[in-house]
Ligand binder design. Structure first.
Ligand code: GLY
Length: 370
């Protein structure tokens, strides 16, 4: 591409690439810049599309956004399949919440009672009904629930598919770092750089470490279970995500630190909790143990919208534990904002303005304030 782009997207994770793709579909000239495309949180993400099981006390605006984005996922996956020729591994068996002990059940029940109170689809199940759905679950489980609308996708297929769609649309993805937004030549700059958004904008987006495992069922067989399992096991939280190709993702720690070391204790704890719920996985091959950094914000919700003090700069970052599920809604609403200049009302709770005072106090932005 020569000349000034309509839009420069900084960051080539799923969110940035999907914004670029939706902008190109709207007829804009787009360029994406990232020194290491797809190397952020999405490379370790499990791919749970879980607006119900992730609905947490006091996060109702975020829950509304999660529900809205999960509803967009089937169409998004179909559009991307049509544009890229790639299958994203979208699966709709739903999620089982399972509790090992009486204390685990009390904790899980408290959350799903809150979730049903919001009108979200989640149904308590007795142990026999859980094992009817998944016969390999441990016999000593105390109970659980079924969230039929909490689906899954394979995040490692998402970035290649988006890149193929962008190739088809003639959008370049340049392997270049951006040191300061003032150096970017475009009508609108969208900062979708995950944890890298903080140094560019001064917004309080911090790394939150997650350690995650990948297992493989023996002999190339598919895993012996179909649902995503979200477990409570002796006070520990764990999830297991089965893929058709035999992979099982087991995750994840949530640690307030910014290193990517894999620790023996995290591997031990994740495997102990997972095998307590689904004993068969102890026989699976452990093929990967990895750590990544989620871009967290002070209220766990993403930052979506124009920077009030920086004309032409829009932020789409801080997706924390929800980057994959929130990719469709983020891409579509940000592409609409770029093309019309008018924010969709659904963006109102997520504007960067809610964090600007802390940015001011920290004085980190290249905003002309410092
Ligand atoms: N969304 C799952 C995680 O962050 O571990």
């Amino acid at each position: 591409m020569s000349g000034t782009a309509d839009v420069a997207v900084i960051g080539a994770g799923p969110v940035g690439l999907a914004i670029a793709w939706r902008c190109a579909e709207r007829g804009m000239r787009v360029v994406v810049r990232d020194p290491a495309p797809g190397s952020g949180a999405s490379a370790v993400a499990a791919g749970m599309l879980a607006p119900v099981a992730e609905a947490y006390f006091g996060e109702e605006p975020l829950t509304r956004l999660l529900v809205g984005s999960a509803a967009r996922w089937p169409r998004f996956a179909a559009d991307l399949h049509a544009a890229s020729g790639m299958d994203l591994g979208y699966r709709a068996e739903g999620t089982l919440v399972v509790a090992l002990t009486g204390d685990d059940l009390a904790e899980a029940e408290r959350l799903w009672t809150y979730q049903t109170g919001l009108g979200l689809p989640i149904t308590p199940l007795r142990p026999a009904a859980l094992r009817e759905r998944e016969p390999l679950l441990a016999p000593r489980l105390r109970g659980g629930a079924y969230a039929p609308g909490d689906h899954q996708v394979d995040p490692r297929r998402l970035v290649p598919a988006l890149r193929a769609a962008l190739d088809g649309a003639g959008v370049p993805v340049r392997p270049e770092a951006v040191g300061a937004l003032s150096t970017v030549d475009a009508r609108v700059v969208v900062v979708a750089a995950g944890c890298g958004t903080a140094p560019l904008t001064g917004l309080p987006i911090r790394p939150v470490k997650g350690q995650i495992l990948r297992l493989r069922a023996p002999g190339g067989a598919p895993p012996g279970f179909l649902h995503v399992i979200r477990g409570y096991a002796d006070g520990r939280h764990v999830y297991l995500v089965p893929r058709a190709d035999g992979e099982v993702v087991v995750g994840a720690t949530v640690e307030e630190r910014g290193d990517c070391a894999v620790t023996a204790s995290a591997v031990l704890e994740l495997l102990r909790a997972a095998a307590a719920l689904l004993p068969e996985i102890a026989e699976y091959e452990l093929v990967e143990a990895r750590a990544g950094l989620r871009p967290g914000t002070p209220d766990n919700a993403p930052v979506l919208g124009a920077l009030p003090d920086r004309p032409g700069v829009i932020v789409a970052a801080g997706h924390y534990r929800h980057g994959i599920v929130l990719t469709p809604v983020t891409a579509e609403l940000i592409a609409d904002l770029v093309s019309t200049g008018v924010p969709d009302p659904a963006l109102a709770p997520f504007g960067p303005g809610r964090f600007l005072s802390s940015r001011f106090l920290r004085g980190e932005a290249d905003s002309g304030w410092n």
